[in-house]
Design a protein around this ligand. Structure first.
Ligand SMILES: Cc1cc2nc3c(=O)[nH]c(=O)nc-3n(C[C@H](O)[C@H](O)[C@H](O)COP(=O)(O)OP(=O)(O)OC[C@H]3O[C@@H](n4cnc5c(N)ncnc54)[C@H](O)[C@@H]3O)c2cc1C
Length: 272
């Protein structure tokens, strides 16, 4: 099958593009360099697959792509779900003032508001329930008050499914086996948060609303194909426009090169 669209990368940009194109009836192929991670494979111990190496991707296709430069270190997720696998879940709309300068005309809060709302319908950000305020939260609030910034202190919406039934003072609050399970609207089984503190290295309960649970699940439900361990090395256009393109890639599992042609290639790369 020749796809109508090849989407490179399955992070925030790629997942949304794949989902919406597939829902419009287009044949979509997502090429993702990383693995499709399952909770039992999440890195936990010394020697686990923590790192992705762009120099040796066949041997080293782990959780996080960490590149160290002289004055900066860049971290990006590698896997089906991209940065959502490792991000801290904070889903905050940019304030209107953030668009005051440096943005193209028409790019402002008012224009983006319906899309923030649309993304929130998928990512489902929630506020930490008042019954689950952590010690760290209380200390931060006290510190903010102590420096007269208490009015600015507020909870950040996070793309996590909390369990309003749980209390942070319950003795079994960290027991992941007791997590309440539910099947989400895309048919994926998730669990509700038990405050394990593992968000950035993979929530074993599935309380974190990562893209594989929402946009990518919806894309696959609409017929998209997601191909993990497929590293795209370059794209080229055939003819004089980008309407007919070719992505050259390597399958990291089978160590073989392949090409995918499509009417268009949507490119997303790590920006974190
Ligand atoms: C530790 C951490 C915490 C963060 N916390 C937050 C937060 O709380 N809130 C927030 O809003 N943002 C947060 N961010 C930033 C956020 O994760 C990024 O802004 C977001 O992931 C960028 O989306 P993207 O689609 O551009 O790239 P990504 O989400 O990084 O997706 C890129 C995808 O493309 C794949 N890819 C790259 N190159 C290729 C290739 N050649 N071939 C095939 N596949 C390829 C990658 O494996 C990846 O899956 C955090 C980032 C980090 C690192």
């Amino acid at each position: 099958m020749t796809p109508d669209f090849v989407v490179i990368g399955s992070g925030f940009g790629g997942a949304v593009a794949a989902c919406r194109l597939a829902q419009k009836g287009r044949k979509v192929l997502v090429l993702e360099r990383g693995r499709r991670w399952l909770p039992e494979d999440f890195p936990r111990h010394w020697g686990d697959a923590w790192l992705w190496s762009h120099e040796r991707p066949e041997q080293c296709h782990g959780w996080i792509d960490a590149r160290v430069f002289r004055r900066m270190t860049v971290l990006a997720g590698a896997g089906v779900g991209g940065g959502s696998l490792i991000y801290a879940n904070a889903s905050i709309d940019a304030e209107p003032e953030a668009f005051a300068e440096g943005w193209p005309p028409g790019m402002n809060h008012e224009e983006l508001k319906p899309y923030y709302e649309r993304a929130a319908e998928m990512l489902k950000p929630e506020l930490l329930p008042d019954t689950q305020l952590t010690r760290r939260f209380k200390l931060m609030r006290e510190a903010a008050t102590a420096i007269n910034e208490g009015a600015r202190f507020k909870k950040a919406p996070v793309a996590i499914t909390f369990d309003p039934e749980r209390s942070y003072s319950a003795p079994d609050k960290f027991d992941q086996k007791k997590a309440t399970k539910f099947t989400n609207e895309h048919g994926k089984v998730q669990g509700k948060c038990r405050h394990l503190g593992l968000c950035d290295i993979g929530c074993p309960i599935g309380a974190k609303n990562t893209l594989d649970f929402n946009y990518l699940a919806a894309a696959e439900n609409a017929g998209a194909t997601i191909q993990p361990l497929s590293l795209v090395s370059h794209i080229s256009h055939e003819g004089s426009t980008w309407r007919s393109c070719c992505a050259a890639a390597r399958n990291l599992e089978r160590c073989r090169a392949f090409r995918e042609r499509s009417a268009m290639v949507g490119v997303r790369t790590a920006t974190s």
